[in-house]
Design a protein around this ligand. Sequence first.
Ligand SMILES: [Fe+2]
Length: 383
Amino acid sequence: MGFFTPPRVSFGPGALESLASLPGDRTLLLVEPGAAGSPGVLATREQRAKQGKTVELLEVDALDLGGAARAAARARECGADLLVGLGGEELLDVAKVASALGGSPGLDPAEITLLVDLPGGPHPPLVLIPCTVGPGNEMSWTAMLKRSREGPVRELTHRNLAADWVLLEPLLVRSLPPAAVALGAADALSHALESLGSEWSDPFSEALAKQAVETLLERAPRVLRPDPPDDLREHLLIASGLAGLAQAHAQMGMGHALAHALAPRFGVSHGKVAAALLPSVLEFTFLAAREKYRQLGRWLGEGAVRSGPEIAGRVRELWEALGVPRNLSLAIPVRRDDLVGALPSVIEAAERFTGVVASGRVPSTTELSRLVLCAWDGRPVDF
Ligand SMILES: [Fe+2]
């Protein structure tokens, strides 16, 4: 038995206007610190004001579980009947957890798993509005957050974390630097390709992943060229959502399990680390998902989908075109010895994420360590 539960999605220019017709009289709008005057905040206020609704703004003081608990408490105090999260990846995850806690006050958010029976008391509907291209986590019912600034990232998964509405408004990503959009597109492509290699992929996630791959391969390189098409970022934002939806249903891949352990450990960008790992991950998992990857020949090139080394090489070429690190050594500015020293704790952390066990080819602890070193060196994965 399978199931597919996407949020309701409004997309394209004017998507924010959907806010005017959503229910509720009192909105709590969660944003990142310093975002109070951003175009998204102004537009949200304007749309809600059309129906005479009030909007309270909360700049979330910490993008972690503590910040989520405080946001949930504020939503209860102010009697919010609509919760809106507007911002980047971490802010959206904070909003998801705040929403789930709204119906379960007193619950330790770190305890949220699929196996926990959340009481599910009344809590405001959740609207998520991404302001970045790539993460696609507005579509998922997983939140990747730390308990506090220090410490490991935790993977919280529960249906109650899913948004009721997602608004994909291209206006909000129009002024992002091209390099950030290119890196985000690479992250989204990683989500799509890793989801296809998951043991838990299904016909819905596979269709979404293939569409995301097609759009991202065709359009992402154009973002770095002069005079990109006006609708380019809109398509990339939608493709990010498609990839996010695929990942939500197939679970994150092994590369993302490693990236969520490595990036915080060294204080570097998630997207760069996940992208730099992808070629080696594809090489390792290729045979387990060979038929699914072969269906991507139209977009990756038929020669690229014949074998693990060839698909890894093709992705490295693409990363060159997008200005994205092709090896892990280019994504993490430390010495190789420092990486080797950190590996035992990194691998232990990575093995706590579902991405490892959901992989079409589940690695041993030793294989996971060797894979990281292959990704660092850009060497073939010959095991
Ligand atoms: Fe990612």
